[in-house]
Design a protein around this ligand. Structure first.
Ligand code: CMX
Length: 436
């Protein structure tokens, strides 16, 4: 069934289910909030609902119940349908979605003007986020809201906005690459190609055997979503909860993705590997890699691509990229260093005893594959991540609107309040202890 109709069919059931779950125990506790969590970036507090995907400590990304490693042969368009509806599309629904994306792919002229007005040295993420934001002018959601459309119908203009954004973003992102790195004029999309293969073509990278298009399909699938609490997803949802439209929300979330502890690690990781090779001066031995990493840790630097706020195992998305590399570039020097690091870094981090997760995350391998295909401009990598992540962010927003989720407004406390509360609590505990 085509996407819009499928959503219209399932949304009443989703609303009913949400109401029933809520009615089971509005005042039930989902766990205590500790001072450590409040000081620790709200880590682990169960405070959001996100049905598109979940990330288990020991499983990694699961999309609608399917582990990501079982989805690596799917097209990103299929994944978008899955994120939204919980089912993979049949052939007709897939073709309809691809047609929708093609017919919505005309980029407004002022987006090109905005991009061209920015200095060449501007970071590609600034250019991307500016381009997303200026398209706010196009929002159906905002127009329908202003016209007084009832709240329970607003998911539909949100879907139209999402499809427009998803349709245009690879074209915009590819131009950002070609302009910034002087690769020549804009390339026109090929309407016979799928969404990710078109993006690969628009970048202009040589691809005689079609394997770069395969990498882009895989890349877009693997980065599409990572539940609701990561910086970019949470920022996007928070902004949207004020009924700001998708352009405001997504550009805000992507500003979070541009941080070095989140999506920017994507670029930092390859920079780190190339620097390691250059500093050592040749293809390094295991002993040299080990010494180099220990020195980094001694100098209070992080090892990019390792560790995660949630995961406690090797990220399955890393495994998917390693599988791709083993197939297409087994003898590449940089890819070889990625595998060497995988054999060495977890042990060092475990011995260091600080990092809770010593295993590689998705960023540890992706850059080496892009580098192999000549996409060596690290500063661009977070844009690729963003193009993919827009699938998941959009799906989350459409569902949040379908379920009419309220404005997000947790309570903040002052340090003085915390101090007073903890002092009183400790005194009480001491008194109780003395009584025993
Ligand atoms: N190298 C060195 N030290 C590390 C480390 C790494 N890869 N990962 C964690 N640590 C350190 C932390 O810096 C922290 O040290 P301090 O106590 O001195 O501040 C300590 O170990 C405990 O951190 P943690 O609880 O294990 O990790 P956090 O949840 O705080 O942070 C993350 C998670 C990803 C930011 C962190 O592991 C990191 O900085 N990794 C390197 C950057 C990276 O690869 N980021 C990509 C993440 C994927 C994504 O979100 O897209």
């Amino acid at each position: 069934m085509i996407l819009r109709d499928k959503l219209a069919e399932i949304i009443p059931g989703l609303r009913k289910e949400a109401n029933e779950v809520f009615a089971q125990g509005p005042n039930a506790s989902l766990g205590e909030v500790t001072v450590e969590q409040v000081f620790g970036g709200m880590r682990g507090i169960k405070a959001l609902i996100c049905d598109t995907s979940e990330v288990g400590l020991d499983t990694g990304l699961i999309i609608r119940g399917i582990p990501i490693l079982e989805l690596t042969d799917k097209l990103p368009e299929e994944i978008f349908y899955l994120l939204l509806t919980g089912e993979l599309p049949d052939q007709k629904a897939l073709e309809d979605l691809q047609w929708e994306l093609r017919r919505r792919s005309d980029v407004p002229f002022y987006v090109w003007n905005t991009i061209n007005a920015l200095p060449m040295e501007t970071h590609p993420m600034v250019v991307l986020n500016s381009a997303v934001l200026v398209m706010e002018n196009e929002s159906f959601f905002r127009k329908r809201y202003e016209e007084g459309m009832p709240k329970d119908m607003l998911w539909e203009p949100m879907l139209w906005d999402a499809l427009n954004l998803i349709a245009r973003i690879p074209i915009i992102a590819a131009y950002i690459y070609r302009r910034k790195f002087t690769k020549g004029p804009r390339i026109n999309p090929d309407n016979t190609l799928d969404w990710a293969a078109n993006y690969a073509r628009l970048l202009g990278t040589e691809d005689p055997d079609g394997s770069f298009a395969d990498l882009m399909r895989l890349y877009m699938t693997l980065h599409c979503d990572h539940e609701g609490g990561n910086v970019s997803a949470m920022a996007t949802q928070t902004i949207n909860s004020a009924l700001s439209d998708i352009y405001f929300s997504v550009s805000g979330g992507l500003n979070g993705l541009a941080g070095p502890l989140h999506g920017l690690a994507n670029q930092e990781c390859l920079r780190f590997i190339v620097k390691l090779r250059d500093d050592i001066g040749h293809t390094p031995s295991d002993a040299e890699v080990k010494e180099y990493c220990i020195n980094l840790l001694n100098n209070k630097r992080v090892i990019a691509g390792y560790g995660h706020a949630v995961l406690r195992v090797t990220d399955p998305r890393f495994t998917a990229f390693i599988n791709f590399g083993n197939k297409y570039l087994p003898d590449d020097e940089i890819f070889g260093i990625v595998k060497q690091l995988f054999n060495i870094v977890p042990k060092i981090l475990m011995e260091g005893g600080k990092a809770k997760d010593p295993w590689p995350n998705v960023d540890a391998a992706s850059g080496s594959l892009l580098h192999y295909y000549g996409l060596t401009e690290y500063d661009y990598y977070t844009v690729l991540f963003s193009v993919s992540r827009i699938l998941g962010l959009s799906a989350q927003l459409i569902l949040n609107r379908a379920l009419n989720r309220p404005i997000i407004r947790p309570k903040s406390v002052t340090t003085a309040w915390l101090k007073k509360t903890l002092t009183a609590k400790n005194a009480e505990e001491k008194k109780a202890e003395e009584k025993k």
